[in-house]
Design a protein around this ligand. Structure first.
Ligand code: ZN
Length: 231
């Protein structure tokens, strides 16, 4: 049974770290919206050219175009055994279209990583970013050195050896605003998925290893619930 996973979680919840880890363990691709857009533009597909034209005008790529790109991407052979979607769906319209794309495939499992706001503010306000490559310090490189470590000023980037500095957009006010926007946009999505037996919540206010363990248990339970429901 393929593992078709959507991960929801606010900035600072550790979603990227956990998604990378799951992708490695299950040998399935982690598919982010940004990467897909860049690839479609680079490959010069018809949908890629449409996306390029929209971005050239400084506009946001519409649901239609984004859904087309995701649909193409999920049809590739490497996604046949599963995938982890990061950054999609963002709207209920996208989630509805994704259900249609998934028709005839194994069920979607949706996991929300929940972290109380004060903890998120604390994490985001102290988050370090690499001056050279722009990666945040708490995303582990492949092979996994220092997973979840927010890093300190003066530390070196585990990817490229660049200098870690505090993210400039992570002041308290900016952080709270980002979280408010996230909540506003994500609540309808969570409501859309919440009543499914394949929807799960995980406590993200723990050490990364504990989050990973809870995540693994919830994913297994969601897959079993679905298999049981079919018999
Ligand atoms: Zn770096």
């Amino acid at each position: 049974m393929a593992l078709n996973l959507i991960m929801l979680g606010p900035p600072g919840a550790g979603k990227g770290t956990q998604a990378e880890r799951l992708a490695r363990e299950h040998r399935i691709p982690k598919i982010s919206t940004g990467d897909m857009l860049r690839a479609a533009v680079q490959d010069g597909t018809e949908i890629g050219r449409r996306a390029q034209a929209i971005m050239d005008r400084g506009e946001l790529v519409s649901d239609d175009v984004m859904i087309g790109i995701v649909s193409d991407r999920l049809a590739r052979p490497d996604a046949a055994c599963g995938f982890i979607l990061d950054g999609f769906p963002r709207t209920v319209a996208q989630a509805t279209a994704l259900d249609a794309i998934m028709d005839g495939r194994d069920p979607l499992i949706v996991v929300e990583i929940v972290v109380p706001e004060p903890e998120l503010v604390r994490r985001l306000s102290t988050r370090m970013i690499c001056e050279s490559c722009g990666r945040t310090a708490d995303i582990p490189p492949r092979g996994g050195i220092r997973p979840g470590d927010p890093g300190q000023a003066g530390d070196r980037c585990a990817f490229c050896g660049g200098k870690l500095v505090q993210r400039t957009d992570d002041s308290d006010v900016v952080v709270r605003e980002r979280l408010r926007v996230y909540r506003m946009n994500t609540k309808p999505l969570v409501d859309f998925y919440r009543n499914r037996e394949t929807f799960r919540s995980v406590n993200g206010a723990q050490a990364p290893d504990q989050v990973a363990a809870e995540l693994a248990a919830e994913i297994a339970a969601a897959r079993n619930a679905r298999v049981g429901g079919r018999l």
